[in-house]
Design a protein around this ligand. Sequence first.
Ligand code: ATP
Length: 202
Amino acid sequence: MFLLLSRSFLMEKIKTVIFGGSFDPIHLGHISLASEVVGSGLADEVWFVVSPQNPHKEACRLSDENIRLQMVQLAIEGNEKFKASDFEFNLPRPSYTISTLSVLEKEFPDREFILLVGADNWKKFDKWYRHEEILARYEIIVYPRDNSDVPELPDGVIWLQAKLHDVSSTQIRELVVNGGCISGLVPPAVEKFINQNNLYRC
Ligand code: ATP
């Protein structure tokens, strides 16, 4: 019994990076960043946590959450290091990061959760709800979002010098509206899904 307990205590937790976003749609910039996170050895897995539709915001501005989730699933199919998560769909809203992390931690005690934050959001991190608690309880990986200098980072916050792919979901939605080509910007399965479902046409 003691041996079993001490063995499970000693077992390394699965380092799981939480990559939150609207993913409307997911694109190769997101995928490439997640690949760099895993490739760097900083994490074992990346979970793409799709943010839910905000019922208080204009619904037509954001595609349905299940459609966005489906596109993430298509984009990462076959990659066992990546997971599409609808975890926040069932949490009280607004879904604050600290609440999501706390619930995840309880539900998956075999995992250590790490937050992935772009340098643009890191600049505003001190405005986040209960940011000090996030810093105290979780590791954070910050990655570049523009060409600005590497920010000063406190203990527990790691800089990942990831290569940036100059693509955004806004650019993809605009290209589709204007009849442009999005291949090479999203995974082929996502491009097919967008076309088959007439997404972003107006
Ligand atoms: P939108 O253009 O609609 O604002 P987006 O392309 O920024 O969307 P989000 O779903 O908002 O995509 O992104 C989720 C996270 O991914 C955000 O933190 C965002 O900063 C980051 N991100 C977006 N584009 C890239 C990219 N090309 N490379 C790395 N990270 C990105």
